[in-house]
Design a protein around this ligand. Structure first.
Ligand SMILES: Nc1ncnc2c1ncn2[C@@H]1O[C@H](COP(=O)(O)OP(=O)(O)OP(=O)(O)O)[C@@H](O)[C@H]1O
Ligand SMILES: [Mg+2]
Length: 271
């Protein structure tokens, strides 16, 4: 669906992406991992044309991105980005105005806009903040409002830059749940995160970045079984996998080809 071919990007003299090539398949959930400064945000901002490669290219459904106004606005209808910093995303006076801005620009009827705004706010658990000024929200509330704004656009691809960082447990579960539901209806998801355990249980594929390059891409089990990759990319093993591997090594469990990904699956192995 989305393909990066040899993408290199620099901020002045800092090389942030160095010859990144990878393919995002339609309908899958991707977790993007990597240490601070690895290039995750820079890569994600290329996916809807906010940043433009210095060399190399980004293709959407086989067609190269065109960096001109109309084409970019079409691209952004299809690929929605939730920024790492919600301050960058929110610009209207109130939450309702902010969330309705995108749908209104799609030329939808006022009823449809209202429905999308209400549905998105409900989905994010912040309906009661509807009339609140955006600049008085807490950081977590700003993040939820930013997510609601992008969801209201109903994009085909949802690019999420650390969307759950700073959210409380309840909102975190709620937001993950929305992402899973959207994925169930066909939306492709790419989420950067520092939450290794979540990436392990949630993602269909994991991409690991290091020093502006792709250090690894594969299924969660492939990636998290690669000790070398984990070490060199400053990642650690998800707790469920770590415990499972130790139990196998100690002969408590026998390998049967199915590696648990969820806490409950691991507990079931022990019954
Ligand atoms: N606006 C900028 N100007 C100059 N250098 C930048 C800018 N933004 C990022 N960089 C540099 O580009 C590199 C990649 O940064 P990027 O923000 O993409 O990393 P990241 O993987 O998203 O990190 P984090 O986990 O901290 O969000 C880093 O070396 C960073 O210092
Ligand atoms: Mg980042």
């Amino acid at each position: 669906m989305i393909e990066a071919k040899g993408v290199t990007f620099k901020y002045d003299s800092v090389t942030a992406l160095n010859d990144v090539s990878l393919r995002i398949e339609r309908g899958l959930k991707y977790a993007l991992l990597g240490a601070n400064g690895a290039g995750k945000t820079t890569f994600l901002l290329h996916l809807n044309g906010i940043l433009r490669p210095l060399s190399g290219k980004i293709l959407l459904d086989g067609v190269e991105i065109i960096y001109e106004r109309k084409a970019l606005s079409n691209l952004r209808r299809r690929v929605g980005v939730v920024f790492q910093d919600p301050e960058v995303q929110l610009f209207s006076a109130t939450v309702a105005e902010d969330v309705s801005f995108g749908p209104m620009n799609l030329g939808l009827s006022p009823e449809e806009v209202k429905k999308r705004v209400d549905d998105s706010l409900n989905a994010c658990g912040i309906y009661e903040l509807k009339e609140r000024p955006t600049h008085f929200l807490s950081h977590g509330q700003k993040k939820l409002a930013a997510i609601a704004g992008v969801i209201a656009m109903e994009p085909q691809v949802l690019v999420l830059d650390e969307p759950i960082a700073g959210l409380d447990h309840v909102h975190r579960e709620q937001v993950i749940d929305i992402f899973s539901r959207l994925n169930g209806s066909g939306v492709t998801l790419i989420m950067s995160t520092h939450d290794i355990d979540l990436a392990y249980e949630w993602a269909d594929r994991v991409i690991v970045m290091k020093d502006g390059a792709v250090a690894g891409i594969g299924t969660p089990i492939e990636i998290f079984s690669d000790e070398q990759l984990l070490k060199s990319s400053f990642l650690y093993k998800p707790i469920v996998l770590e415990i499972y591997e130790r139990l196998i090594r100690r002969g408590v469990l026998k390998e049967d080809g199915i590696v648990p990904r969820f806490r409950d699956e691991l507990l079931r192995c022990l019954e």
